[in-house]
Write a protein that binds this ligand. Structure first.
Ligand SMILES: [Zn+2]
Length: 115
């Protein structure tokens, strides 16, 4: 008997990254920087990493009592531009999955530890 899969094909935007993961930026202006993921945007395939991909925006003065200021905004990055930093072996790694106790767990492909 052949079971047909009801799972949708995972798109290339699919990410195994989660909020709280430490990542290293490998592309763009912040290459080499590390930071923690603050938010994951699965539909956009983007992640917001604290302290990374920041832009300064000059806010114009609206009145004399409210002077102009420079606001720092953090923009999300495409998931393809970051790599997970394994909390166990501290290397940048790809995430794999392993089934343990009937549960799907994330594993580091370098040290094989459950993340
Ligand atoms: Zn590891």
């Amino acid at each position: 008997m052949k079971r047909s899969s009801k799972f949708k094909v995972q798109s290339s935007k699919f990410t195994k990254l989660r909020e709280g993961d430490e990542v290293k930026v490998v592309l763009r202006k912040d290459k080499g920087k590390t930071g923690k993921i603050e938010k994951v945007f699965p539909t956009d395939g983007k992640v917001l990493v604290s302290g990374v991909n920041q832009y300064k925006r000059h806010m114009k003065a609206r009145s004399q009592s409210q002077p102009s200021e420079i606001a720092t905004i953090t923009k999300p990055l495409p998931v393809a531009s970051v790599l997970l930093v394994c909390p166990k072996c501290h290397l940048t790694t790809r995430v794999g999955y392993a089934i343990e106790d009937n549960k799907k767990r994330r594993i580091c492909k370098k040290c094989q530890q459950v993340l």
